[in-house]
Design a protein around this ligand. Sequence first.
Ligand code: MRU
Length: 346
Amino acid sequence: MFKTIEYIDGVVRMIDQTRLPNEKVFVDCKTVEDVGRAIKTMVIRGAPAIGVAAAMGISLAADAIDAPDFDAFDRELEQKCEALGQARPTAVNLAWAIARMLRVARENRGLSLPGLKQRLKEEALLIYEEDISANKAMGNHGQTLIENGQTVLTHCNAGALATAGFGTALGVIRAAVNAGKNIKVLANETRPFLQGARLTAWELKEENIPVKLITDGMSGFFMRKGDIDTVLVGADRIAANGDVANKIGTYMVAVLAQKHNIPFYVAAPVSTLDLSLATGDTIPIEERSTEEVVTFNNQRIAPENIEVAHPAFDITPNELVTAIITENGIARPPYTESLRQLAGKS
Ligand code: MRU
């Protein structure tokens, strides 16, 4: 099994997701700026993996600070945190992990500088370990929703590559397979960045989980034919009312699922909940470069000077979401109540 991210001897090593599936190469980040660049350029992506990378990045930032007292250390660390927080806007795990690291630094202001740096390294590793455990717990809860012999449609990549390991939506599939269920996966290719074609297809194939790749426009066709039993996706941010931000195209799949009476499940750790937002309307949606839309395999596929839009995420309203699977249990509507309860369990 590959490692998405590792923290070894002052280096944060990531599998380069921009080069998969053709090449399995690694990127070594030695500074918080390197980590910020890796997040921005999608070397590492997926909400929980971004959070883990950020925590490790803050530990690298702390290691590089040489300050006479805690206040000077804190000022410098806060600046690094602010800069790293700009890397990508939609996945709340980025801000969540940074806030946790800063809080831990402040709670330990009495430690010596080397002690504080060591404490922050431990916290980053704890965030990494907790993410894997959360995914396994999510898998155990979620697999009860999937029956033997079912075909599951997924969108984007919510797998081991998008987390510290095991995955959220793909973690649920892994857990179902581990429980002895015969599961088939249909993977939407996920235009324009092709996380489904490049990453989900690769990741599932590595483990011999049956997967068939389709283009995004095919999901309705297969639902109407009765070939899809369940939809299972991850999330980048979930508002208090259960509105879900996820990869562009998710909303379209959710509407189709409702039309065909197919359950639409979201798997996400509580670190992806943003209960400070009442609804999904105020979740910031990342606009990515139009280059990603007008090129395919480095080849231009649209006329020069064409007007292009590229929102990288959309919002699926809560009424289309059958259930939200977290490490603390499964939330059902009304989400304002159920999510608050599950978030309080951590
Ligand atoms: O732009 P990306 O690849 O970071 O988008 C990732 C997604 O939308 C995933 O579905 C989401 O982060 C959940 S990952 C467990």
